[in-house]
Design a protein around this ligand. Sequence first.
Ligand code: CTP
Length: 411
Amino acid sequence: MNIVLGITGGIAAYKAPDIVRRLRERGAEVQIVMTASAEEFVTGTALQAVSGKPIRSNLWDKEAEAAMSHIELARWADVVLIAPATAEVMARIVSGGAPDLLTTICLATEAPIALAPAMNHVMWNNPATQANREVLEERGIHIIGPGIGSQACGEEGAGRMLEPDLIAITVFNLTGGKGEGLLEGRKVVVTAGPTREAIDPVRYITNRSSGKMGYAVATAAAAQGADVVLISGPVSLAEPPGLEVIKVESAMDMHAATHEAIDAAHIFIAAAAVADYRPVAIVEQKIKKKSESMSLELTRCPDILASVADLDAAPFTVGFAAETENLIKHARGKLEKKKLDMIVANRVGRDCGFDRDDNAVTVLWSDGEKSFPTSSKVELAHDVIELVAEHFFAKRGSETQSRLTVISNND
Ligand code: CTP
């Protein structure tokens, strides 16, 4: 796949070499086109080294134009990705202006265009930027992200550029270049994020799950060609493009949505941190403080994972085990008790697991296990999906084999 990677002038440009690396790892040829302001944040030398091609930045560079004109470059691209994309470049593309090489290529290309916005949250939420986003989306331009969280300026909000690996995967998804296609034609249902159990109209019980691991797993499955349904509790993550996202709040909602989606699913992955208990009743009006103490009566929520594993035509079922101690022992216990095919065990605590971008996991199955050291959740998700696919096919192979044996015995 030929990718023109446009880099514009935002602080997230320092992550551009990593994007190049991730795209090239997947076999893409990457031609970088920088704007003048991008050069304030990242050097052409570094980018040339990682991309293996001279950087293009100047529309009026006679030598470069003679080798491949901007029109040829626009035709060469199978996809034009701009990461980071500033508010300025979004506005420029909306207006159809072409004052530099990158915007000229955007006008001249027939390839899909994807933008990974990165800017201060106030700039992102500005009505002008939001109006531009809408116009771009209406025109079929893919907006990847942005993510939500702490920003380079020290503030919090929506506007962070998504992780390079997630950008790379999404670009491959958008353009039909789907990883190794391990799960082509398979339906995968994933639950992610926390659930919210209402106490009264303004209060609820929840947990610290960010949904990052479940979203990464769903995206990794889609990157392997699967048709993915992502059932998500309340999270502040952008919806990954190219898969069906169903938003839910409570454990009961998630249970219902899962059983609605599970029909014909080949694989079910329960990455959600579902509440184990919910208030017996939701109080209709806001509870007023009266006595010095109060107690809340809770009742068990249905175990979504166990209920899927228990179905007559259960899909290949994968659970997650979040533990603070005796990780492997507890995870193996859950694998057996819930009759799962696999379980992904991870440690949770003050400085690991929830609400972080990295993690370390051990995947267990009936007669084996494999550990993956600390790495980004996006990378881990890919490793986990590859392992799940391998075991899914191994199980189907042995099922087919035993069916054939039954048929031949009946003969
Ligand atoms: N899970 C679920 N529905 C629930 C509770 C958990 O589907 N009501 C799933 C989670 O998505 C995860 C797995 O079960 O894949 C393990 O969840 P965890 O909370 O770690 O274990 P529990 O079985 O709830 O046991 P405990 O809380 O006692 O550790």
